[in-house]
Design a protein around this ligand. Structure first.
Ligand code: IPD
Ligand code: CA
Ligand code: CA
Length: 270
């Protein structure tokens, strides 16, 4: 797994450096809309190409699931790639975005890399070996509770806005108990911030597998928990997630799930 991790790190750094080169020329960006509030630029596409080339240089037979180019190649080892997580931030020059690469072997997440090129911070994990930030072991705080904690979230601002009412009720409930709430805008980094204790809990609807593949492994290897908010599958499939340090995760599950109601169950099954 170490060899896979090394290639993933190199690919993530190359892609992140590429995005940082373009950010000085934001006014020249060609921004296209994939759907409501969902944008892609030539920066996303270039970064994904760089990652795929880096993988194929060493592992020509490995499969790829990239946000921008979709599925290709073998299915024993699959590289799950979000070349630029936080594109809305990126196109505004808001410096919170990351490269996310998760590697699944025979259907199980084994390696995760999230690279923040603004802070030049590298989060990594190998299943069973632990999670690291810049080579130093990271762990969640097992004693942390919801009261007074810092909770992260993502808004239902795209096609998932049909969940807005339930979400706003959940938001109010969290605000009553937690210390404060943040919406940084990169789900991959959000999970790494949980893993490193910079936030204590997190919830969001409608994420995609490439948003959370790497970050969820990093979080779990740091002792954190992640689960699906809805009952229609595993969290990687539903993308409706509750995550956090163990006690905070348990409290969030108890607090947030009752707001789902029958409407949410229907929405999840659509
Ligand atoms: C988005 C970010 C954001 C989350 C969105 C994701 P993208 O990824 O992770 O934090 O709220 O749901 O789609 O589109 O910038 O790669
Ligand atoms: Ca993403
Ligand atoms: Ca993306």
């Amino acid at each position: 797994m170490q060899a896979l991790l090394n290639t993933a790190i190199q690919a993530a750094r190359r892609a992140g450096d590429s995005s940082m080169r373009y950010i000085k020329r934001l006014d020249e960006l060609d921004v296209r809309s994939k759907s409501r509030n969902e944008f892609v630029t030539q920066v996303d596409l270039a970064a994904e190409q760089i990652i795929i080339e880096s993988v194929h240089e060493r592992y020509p037979d490995h499969g790829i699931l990239g946000e921008e180019t979709g599925r290709q190649g073998g299915d024993e080892v699959i590289w799950i790639i979000d070349p630029l997580d936080g594109t809305t931030n990126y196109i505004h020059g808001f410096p919170v975005f990351a490269v996310s690469i998760g590697i699944q072997v025979k259907g199980r997440m084994e390696v995760g890399v999230v690279y923040d090129p603004n802070r030049q911070e590298l989060f990594t994990a190998i299943r069973g070996v632990g999670a690291q930030l810049e080579g130093r072991r990271i762990r969640v705080d097992v004693n942390r509770v919801l009261e007074g904690s810092l909770i992260g979230t993502g808004f239902p601002y795209r096609e998932n806005d049909r969940w807005m009412e339930q979400y706003l009720n959940q938001f109010r409930a969290v605000m009553h108990v937690a210390g404060d709430v943040r919406r940084p805008g990169s789900a991959a980094l959000d999970l790494c911030y949980l893993a490193s204790g910079r936030m204590d809990g997190f919830w969001e609807f409608g994420l995609q597998i490439w948003d959370i593949a790497a970050g969820s492994l990093i979080l779990c290897e740091a002792g954190g928990m992640i689960s699906s908010m809805t009952d229609d599958g595993d969290y990687l499939e539903t993308g409706n997630i509750i995550a956090g340090a163990p006690k905070v995760h348990a409290e969030l599950e108890k607090l947030l799930k009752p707001f789902l109601g029958p409407t949410m169950a229907d929405a999840a099954n659509e």
